[in-house]
Design a protein around this ligand. Structure first.
Ligand code: AHR
Length: 536
């Protein structure tokens, strides 16, 4: 839970006059002060590294061009997978990648994506613009990609248009170490050793593009898939080494969604040995309207504040569904995985609207930090999340255009937050203050802290306010701070973006913070995300 105290901050807003440039008078706002209390002796749950998961769907140029260019491409690649994208993703320590969809997963038939490249069927991708799908990027290529970036597989199996037999054979093909016909076929296709599958998603949005099922109908399918889709990898024989994830609610806390969660969790409470799940998924996008007129670049403070207000609904939605799960699963055995989240804006002009191409601005960086903070505060239940999506689609880490690649502001936040992966949550209490624009009022600041295995205390602080800096003064207990270093991410405007021509417009820079006794102080620039490493 958020550890905010709702006391009123008495800090005074002071207007200062700065003389800048050639005698030009610039009015600057002096910072208010916000105090944090960080008690490193009180540890909470582990922040599961899997909340930093990614999602790569066969959608637009998310896989083809974004990841896969083919071995004969002039774009530097290793066995068809682009080297620049791999190098960038390695720095994020991506814990898992959800694939092949999304809606596409319920159209996907794995057999079409194995075997000699020139024999693979070319099909259509009806979910995403009806474009052709070459199946050149199939199971082996996906596993190769994971090996190159050092990540794990989150496979979504086809419940909508597939069968339990098809899914069960896919898992046998991938994971058996025995010389079965499928195991031998995998070996003949170039991989003698069994693959590892960390997560098995049983369907995707089965209440909508995954088959328009009722909760009861989906539940009957879930029981069958959970029973018959097995992982045979000898190294994964403990069931908890492949987590089975049920389709959960969509983005809301209205009865349609709470009833879905109720149905699955109530059944789970009475489950028998023959079926089980380890997680329930939740999809929640930050969207104001689906056929959006809201642009991803070229907007002002009104849209900045509206989208950040919308993104904070994540707190309430997770709270609502966690409370239902608590009733049926007080020991929190079943995780909540927010396995699709992120911003959803209007497609960029000139792009195929079915490809969901959008720019990624400083607003997205702040939005990402606020969501990651929410997941961390719910670390006891939220043990996975997958941002939508990894490359070229929606709130991407990376944008590509043929041989060019650019890292987005969201990428930088994920990179700055790497130390929070598997770190232990440390409670922070603070008065967030308020930021108001028009009829939108938001918490002005946000903060989380965590301790890593080496005893370093990590503090992430976000200043949502796009005009006022803020002085942060963090009083620490349970650690004697010796040094503090850190970096901050900000830029000139709320809609600043990185482009192929100007890739460094939004990029982290070192921040100057000080330690005095048990106190760490730092000034946060407006609209910024800062991560500090406090070493004892
Ligand atoms: O991420 C794009 C789409 O959004 C996914 O395919 C689907 O699951 C969701 O509706």
């Amino acid at each position: 839970m958020a550890q905010r105290r709702v006391t009123v901050l008495t800090g005074l807003l002071v207007l200062g006059l700065l003389l800048a440039g050639a005698g030009r008078a610039v009015i600057a706002l002096a910072a208010d002060r916000i105090e944090l209390a960080v008690d490193a002796s009180k540890s909470g749950p582990k922040i599961d590294r899997n909340i930093f998961g990614q999602f790569a769907e066969h959608l637009g140029t998310g896989v083809y061009e974004g990841v896969w260019v083919g071995a004969s491409s002039p774009i530097p690649n290793t066995r068809g997978i682009r080297n620049d994208v791999v190098a960038a993703l390695k720095a994020l320590k991506v814990p898992n990648v959800r694939w092949p969809g999304g809606c596409f997963a319920d159209d996907y038939h794995w057999r079409k994506g194995i075997g000699p490249a020139d024999k693979r069927s070319v099909i259509l991708n009806p979910s995403w613009g009806g474009v052709t799908e070459s199946n050149a990027f199939g199971s082996h290529e996906f596993m190769d990609f994971l090996g190159q970036i050092g990540s794990e597989a989150y496979l979504s199996v086809n419940v909508g248009s597939g069968t339990p037999q098809e899914a069960s054979e896919w898992l046998e093909y991938l994971t058996t170490g025995q010389p079965t016909t499928l195991g031998k076929e995998r070996a003949a296709n170039g991989h003698a050793a069994p693959f590892k599958v960390a997560y098995l998603g049983i369907g995707n949005e089965s209440w909508d593009c995954g088959g328009n099922m009722t909760a009861e109908y989906y539940l009957s399918q879930l029981k069958i898939y959970s029973r018959f889709v097995r992982n045979f990898n000898p190294a994964q024989q403990d069931r908890n080494q492949m987590l089975k994830i049920a389709v959960g609610p969509g983005g809301g806390d209205e009865p349609r969604w709470t009833q879905w969660t109720e149905t699955i969790m109530k059944a789970w409470q009475r489950h028998t040995w023959s079926w089980d799940i380890d997680g329930l998924s939740l999809h929640n996008y930050t969207v104001i309207d689906w056929v959006s007129k809201y642009k991803s670049v070229g907007f002002g403070e009104a849209e900045y504040s509206r989208f950040l207000k919308a993104t904070l609904d994540m707190e309430k939605i997770i709270g609502t569904h966690s409370a239902i799960m608590d009733r049926y699963d007080p020991q929190k055995k079943v995780a909540l995985l927010v396995d699709e989240w992120g911003s959803w804006y209007a497609p960029l002009p000139g792009s195929n609207p079915a490809f969901l191409v959008q720019q990624n601005s400083l607003r997205d960086a702040v939005l990402a930090a606020l969501n990651l903070n929410i997941f961390a505060r719910h670390a006891d239940r939220v043990r996975g999340a997958n941002i939508a999506q990894m490359v070229n689609v929606l709130q991407a880490m990376i944008l590509t255009d043929k041989a060019k690649m650019v890292l987005t502001p969201t990428y930088h936040v994920f990179r700055m937050y790497v130390p929070f992966q598997d770190a232990t949550f440390v409670p922070v209490t603070f008065d967030a203050g308020t930021y108001t624009h028009g009829d939108v009022t938001l918490p002005r600041t946000d903060a989380i802290a965590a301790k890593d295995a080496a005893g370093v205390l990590w503090l992430a602080v976000t200043n949502v306010d796009p005009t006022r800096p803020v002085d942060i003064s963090a009083r620490l207990a349970g650690i004697s701070p010796r040094t503090v270093t850190g970096e901050t991410l900000t830029a000139g405007a709320v809609d600043s973006v990185n482009t192929f021509e100007a890739p460094g417009t939004v990029k982290p820079k070192p921040v100057s913070a000080t330690v005095q006794g048990d106190q760490v102080s730092v000034t946060l620039e407006p609209k910024s995300v800062t991560v500090l490493a406090i070493r004892p």
